[in-house]
Design a protein around this ligand. Structure first.
Ligand code: UD1
Length: 368
């Protein structure tokens, strides 16, 4: 298949899930703000459709002003192999019709790995945003996606020096690694003035610093109903605390089996980006198993308790407000007491999380 000649460099941008949308929004913002500088670049947006609910997908496009995708592969849900294989086949069809100059993949989801493999088979260069993250835990599907994607990536954009070290250790050449900062934090900074109070704020009489957010979606925390049930039981014992729990669809499937209702745990649908970050900014703390939220909590200096044993984002623990507490849920209460007595560490914002990552990335790509 020959590359079609064009006066502009066509760059494919791959998105599939909620965190991907947040990570590419700042690239569009930057491209839009400085059209003249990047006049030789044209993005072609490919949405794999891994996430398809309004709550997890289209609302993010609207709020973050991401243009309509050029292609929606509409893959939907299924096993990891099903998603990966079908995304590869669907993207291959697009590639056969017109090859891009370069393909940008972000993060570590199945869509990231699937499109990276497909495009590499056409000998097209890959740029990976958020390259080099490693948790060391191969039981996490995301870790497999990270390792495979980085093994065929050409241009590595990293969010921290820890990620640089991981890549160097894997034999990646220094000149291919670009420590650019964090596009998720760019998006947060770009939207600070647009954050929206969610409806539940008034419904539940929420006040600043009076509630704790919970988000959970990792298989290790939610796939066993018993784990989830234990966690809720423990939280219910902290009677003076109000927990707000926006429930991911994966978690909702399991919650159905838990009949007991706990008064101090308020369940809601997943919130939009602007609403969730409003809630986060004014929360007392967050309990989570998401990686992205540990970064946002670090930025806002909100105490963050991560229900995992490992992290691929050590800077959120070393510099930020994050603490890993694994699945020892009993530790939660002890840590909440510490937060209540104002003894939590104060976040330092990691280097280059300054809102300029997208600018650095596009500058490098426009010269590549
Ligand atoms: C995926 C990513 C994970 C990321 C998360 C963000 C992988 C391996 N996992 O996990 O890294 O942190 O997205 O949310 O790529 N569902 C819906 N509506 C949707 C999408 C999914 O109801 O729009 C349901 C599915 O039917 C399934 C569940 O949610 O039951 C899981 O969806 P899936 O995309 O497979 O993985 P996530 O757990 O969301």
């Amino acid at each position: 298949m020959k590359k079609i000649n064009t006066s502009k460099k066509i760059i494919d941008i791959i998105v599939g899930t909620r965190p991907n949308f947040v990570k590419v929004a700042s690239l569009y913002d930057e491209l839009h703000k400085n059209k003249k500088i990047y006049k030789n670049i044209q993005f072609r947006l490919i949405h794999t459709g891994q996430h398809y609910n309004k709550n997890l997908s289209s609302n993010f496009f609207i709020e973050l002003k991401i243009p309509e995708p050029d292609y929606n592969l509409a893959i939907g849900s299924g096993s990891h192999v099903f998603q990966t294989a079908n995304i590869m086949l669907a993207y291959e069809k697009i590639l056969k019709n017109k090859l891009p100059y370069l393909c940008i993949v972000v993060g570590d989801v199945n869509s990231t790995m699937a499109c990276a493999i497909a495009v590499k088979k056409f000998n097209i260069k890959i740029a990976h945003i958020e390259a080099g993250l490693r948790s060391g835990d191969l039981k996490m599907p995301e870790e497999i996606n990270r390792i495979v994607t980085d093994s065929i990536t050409d241009i590595f954009f990293t969010t921290s020096k820890f990620a640089n070290q991981n890549l160097l250790r894997n034999g990646i050449r220094k000149k291919d690694i670009h420590f650019v900062g964090n596009t998720m934090i760019d998006t947060l900074k770009n939207n600070l003035l647009n954050l929206k109070k969610p409806k539940i704020w008034d419904v539940y009489n929420l006040c600043k610093k009076s509630y704790i957010i919970i988000t959970l979606h990792r298989p290790s925390n939610v796939d066993e109903v018993e784990n989830l049930s234990n966690l809720l039981k423990i939280l219910s014992k902290a009677r003076n605390e109000k927990f707000i729990f926006p429930v991911h669809p994966r978690t909702k499937l399991k919650l159905k089996f838990i009949k007991k209702i706990y008064k101090n745990v308020i369940l809601t649908n997943p919130l939009s980006y602007l609403q969730f970050n409003y809630l986060l900014k004014y929360s007392k703390a967050v309990i989570t198993d998401s990686g992205g939220i540990t970064e946002e909590a670090t930025f806002f200096n909100i105490p963050c308790l991560t229900l995992r044993d490992t992290t691929e984002r050590p800077e959120t623990v070393i510099l930020g407000s994050n603490k890993l507490i694994g699945n020892n849920y009993l530790d939660l209460i002890k840590n909440i007491k510490k937060i209540n007595s104002n003894k939590w560490k104060v976040s330092k914002i990691p280097e280059k999380w300054d809102g300029n990552a997208a600018k650095r990335i596009l500058k490098i790509l426009s010269q590549a």
